[in-house]
Ligand binder design. Structure first.
Ligand SMILES: NC(=O)C1=CN([C@@H]2O[C@H](COP(=O)(O)OP(=O)(O)OC[C@H]3O[C@@H](n4cnc5c(N)ncnc54)[C@H](OP(=O)(O)O)[C@@H]3O)[C@@H](O)[C@H]2O)C=CC1
Ligand SMILES: O=C1O[C@H](COP(=O)(O)O)[C@@H](O)[C@H](O)[C@H]1O
Length: 500
């Protein structure tokens, strides 16, 4: 990411005083600016209900940079915040849009911007449709330049609500003007999945059901629901993490090589994976998916309360804070290979990892003792470390011979840690460039809801009597282990450092 892009645009951030804007958006735009990736002709307009002057807003933006940007010491903050403006705004009020319109027109003149607009919806999802329709009705989308809509998750609550939202925004923005954010697609090692697969002669010939026995994706968090109990009660881990981030990783791992590295070609291949997901029928949900909810426990040597004690959570809540599942992809390449996925809050470690487990050799020439033999695994470390490890077997360095498991390691953090951009930084950069490859197409969203809905409906109709069923600080309920054991596999143990 060395290029300077033509960033001539006004970026309007709806929800400018919110958590996402402060923790992710301002620091990311600042990092792009500080690294010289932006031209000087851009402006950022923050809108939210509370009354702030430009000066107060700029001070808030500076504070968020000091708190959240690794680049804050470089002291370009003063020149940076001169690009920031604030407009008190209520999304349901017509006058707000009119005031915003004239502000944007003034900024076009002040910064010589040819009418290019990025509308970034960093607000509660129930406002997304209203904002898009009002932007159109009040004439904010009729400009001489281009317009783009960046939309945060969750994109709907199920397929019907996602369709309704999509119809509303499509009245105003065409599909190629819509940038649906999935921040996992901005992570360095998630973007690296395609490169590992398609830029190495080594893996692609083995990347199929003849040589791979199963693939495991774990995204575990140590945090609980924090202040988001209200949202999480309606969402749960299935909608919060699986419908989007986890299924996106499945698609990248399973897709066929695209014809070219164009947005359309890559999306088409991902869409084919979503279309090949074996539907989980309601009667079979328990065979393929398990759910958990955390009880009180200890995380990082600190005692924490159970989910049902969190604020804004029903004391008898049936919401899952953990999901494990077996996802089958019914196509020629993957028939018979389970993709095991798991994610949860208040687990033992903060870690996202992919483990590709290769099949056993056809014949055992070397391994007289079990401990001499290691599995052949490719482990892709998404976070907190970034890199990968290949687990192989080699000769023991001893006159008595024998074999020993070894690991080949690539650690991306130690090579480029200072320059590793945050996910949002990459995605904002792509959006300003007009590259939607790492954003989700509507078809991907629709197909992933189609896969998720029967599971969430079955769970809503059947209360889990066992809840809470895992202690905070563990790796989830016992039945998550059983899901793999019945197929003859086990979760490869995960620590924040890698596999044990
Ligand atoms: N926070 C995060 O880490 C993540 C958030 N997201 C998504 O991003 C979006 C924003 O989340 P987050 O920042 O956490 O939410 P917050 O609740 O922190 O912020 C909401 C923002 O909306 C503004 N707002 C609320 N009502 C109105 C209104 N009627 N008119 C104008 N502005 C209004 C609030 O400001 P004011 O009160 O001044 O009006 C505030 O700026 C959500 O869709 C969320 O799901 C996605 C991934 C991660
Ligand atoms: O989208 C979300 O992601 C975070 C986890 O993101 P990560 O980058 O820290 O892995 C999760 O905490 C949150 O509940 C969910 O909405």
């Amino acid at each position: 990411m060395n290029d300077q892009i033509n960033s001539a645009s006004v970026i309007v951030i709806f929800g400018a005083t919110g958590d996402l804007a402060k923790r992710k958006l301002y620091p990311s735009i600042y990092n792009l600016y500080e690294k010289g990736h932006l031209t000087d002709d851009f402006a950022v307009v923050g809108v939210a209900r509370r009354q702030l002057s430009n000066e107060e807003f700029r001070n808030n933006v500076k504070d968020s940079i000091y708190e959240n940007s690794s680049k804050a010491a470089d002291s370009k903050e003063d020149s940076f915040v001169k690009h920031f403006f604030y407009q008190p705004f209520d999304v349901t009020n017509d006058e707000s849009y009119q005031a915003l319109k004239s502000m944007l027109e003034n900024l076009d003149q002040q910064f010589s911007i040819p009418g290019n607009r990025i509308f970034y919806l960093a607000m509660a999802p129930e406002f997304f449709g209203t904002i898009a329709l009002n932007l159109e009705a009040e004439g904010l989308t009729q400009t001489d330049g281009w317009k783009r809509l960046v939309i945060e998750k969750p994109f709907g609550h199920n397929l019907p609500s996602a369709k309704k939202l999509n119809e509303e925004i499509r009245q105003v923005f065409s599909e190629d003007e819509i940038y649906r954010i999935d921040h996992y697609l901005g992570k360095e090692m998630v973007q690296n999945i395609e490169v590992i697969r398609f830029a190495n002669a080594l893996f692609e010939p083995l990347w199929n059901n003849r040589y791979i026995s199963n693939i495991q994706i774990t995204s575990s968090e140590t945090v609980g629901v924090e202040t988001r109990g209200g949202y999480y009660e309606k969402s749960g881990a299935l909608r919060d993490m699986v419908q989007n981030h986890i299924l996106q990783m499945v698609a990248l791992l399973a897709m066929e090589p695209p014809i070219k590295l164009t947005t359309e070609d890559i999306r088409n291949e991902k869409i084919k994976v979503f279309r090949s997901l074996r539907p989980v029928i309601p009667e079979e949900v328990d065979q393929y998916f398990v759910r958990g909810q955390y009880d009180a426990g200890e995380v990082n040597d600190k005692e924490v309360q159970g989910y049902r004690e969190e604020s804004n959570v029903d004391p008898e809540s049936n919401t899952e804070t953990f999901v494990a599942g077996k996802v089958m992809i019914d196509n020629f390449r993957w028939a018979g290979v389970p993709f095991y996925i798991r994610t949860g809050k208040r687990m033992a470690t903060k870690s996202t990892k992919i483990v590709v487990e290769f099949k056993e050799l056809p014949m055992n020439l070397y391994f007289e003792q079990q401990e001499e033999k290691g599995p052949n695994l490719l482990v892709i470390n998404i976070q907190p470390e970034e890199g990968m490890r290949l687990h192989l077997n080699a000769k023991k360095s001893s006159p008595t011979g024998g074999t020993t498991p070894i690991q080949l390691e690539f650690n991306n953090n130690s090579l480029t840690s200072i320059n590793t951009p945050e996910a949002y930084e990459r995605l904002l950069y792509d959006c300003m460039k007009g590259d939607a490859t790492n954003f989700t197409h509507w078809d991907e969203v629709a197909l992933s809801w189609q896969f998720i809905d029967p599971i969430s409906i079955a769970w809503a109709n059947n209360k889990e009597e066992d809840f809470p069923n895992y202690a905070a600080g563990s790796m989830g309920p016992r039945k998550s282990e059983k899901l793999l054991e019945k197929d003859g596999f086990k979760w490869w143990p995960i620590t924040h450092k890698g596999l044990e």
